[in-house]
Design a protein around this ligand. Structure first.
Ligand code: PXL
Length: 277
């Protein structure tokens, strides 16, 4: 696929370096035609800012999708992130069913929780709807907290390999296909990603620079999708995305003013090199 066309569905947080303001530049840098469907417009993201504004765009989605269908537009992949409402998830499922070209990939980052907690905008109904989307997708990229919400497993700060294996088994039993589980570390200064694909599970461990840098989940998922669209296998894309994300954290750490996101733009030249472009 020399020039894939992908649709990414997530919010626009006008300030905060997450969701579409991260996905669009990273996918463009990967040489992928990137179409967008904004799920909502927020003045900032919801993790750490207070008093943010939210305009939910759920009711615009069916008409946008219908127009694309009329124009016979089809995508090689649809990649979803933070969605605006529970109701919206059903529309997104419909987009998977009607706007992906034959053999196209559905990729879901169930961006809804971190550090054992749901993001402020979400509740149990959202989690239930997200389960339906995630277990239908070809690839999911949950962090450990999100995997716990998807499976009902207890969230633990301290865990071992058997806990992670059980989490992956529960996801697989629920219908998950390829799983990219992020933020898995077995030592204080280490973290990594576990990829389960076609019955095979592989772990890529790397340095953990700081605890919970905001925005890294979206940078990671976008870089993963960009690499995948360039022909990398899910495991190789997971490794590349991890290395790129570590680079982004490295150039951001040491700047306390920049608590709300990572300076992913500074590392885009490296990302492009890693892709072999
Ligand atoms: O995926 C992170 C994210 C995206 N969009 C919004 C968010 C967050 C995380 O808090 O609040 C609006």
């Amino acid at each position: 696929m020399s020039y894939p066309k992908i649709l990414t569905i997530q919010d626009i947080s006008c300030v905060g370096q997450c969701s579409l303001t991260v996905a669009l530049p990273i996918l463009s840098a990967a040489g992928v035609e990137t179409c967008i469907l904004p799920s909502a417009v927020l003045s900032t993201h919801t993790a750490g800012f207070s008093g943010f504004t939210v305009r939910d765009l759920t009711e615009d989605i069916p008409a946008i999708a219908a127009h694309w269908r009329k124009e016979k537009i089809a995508f090689d992949a649809v990649y979803t992130g933070y969605l605006g409402s529970t109701e919206q998830i059903a529309f997104v499922k419909d987009i998977f069913g009607t706007l992906l070209r034959e053999g196209g990939l559905s990729i879901v980052d169930p961006a809804m929780a971190d550090n054992g907690k749901l993001y402020p905008a979400f509740d149990g109904a959202y989690v239930e709807a997200m389960k339906e989307l995630a277990f239908e997708a070809d690839i999911i990229l949950p962090n450990i907290t999100e995997a716990c919400f998807l499976t009902g497993m207890e969230y633990r700060e301290n865990y071992d390999e058997s806990y992670i294996a059980a989490l992956l088994d529960r996801l697989t039993a629920s219908g998950a296909k390829t799983i990219v589980l992020t933020g898995v570390g077995y030592a204080p200064d280490r973290t990594g990603v576990v990829v389960r694909e076609g019955g095979q599970t592989r772990y890529y461990e790397h340095r953990r620079i700081s605890k919970g840098c905001h925005g890294t989940g979206d940078v990671y998922a976008s870089a993963f999708v960009g690499a995948l669209m360039n022909g990398f296998s899910p495991y190789d894309a997971a490794v590349l995305a991890a290395d790129y994300t570590v680079g982004c954290i490295e150039v951001t750490q040491g700047d306390p003013e920049h608590w709300y996101g990572v300076k992913f733009e500074l590392e885009l030249p490296n990302f492009i090199r890693m892709l072999g472009k």
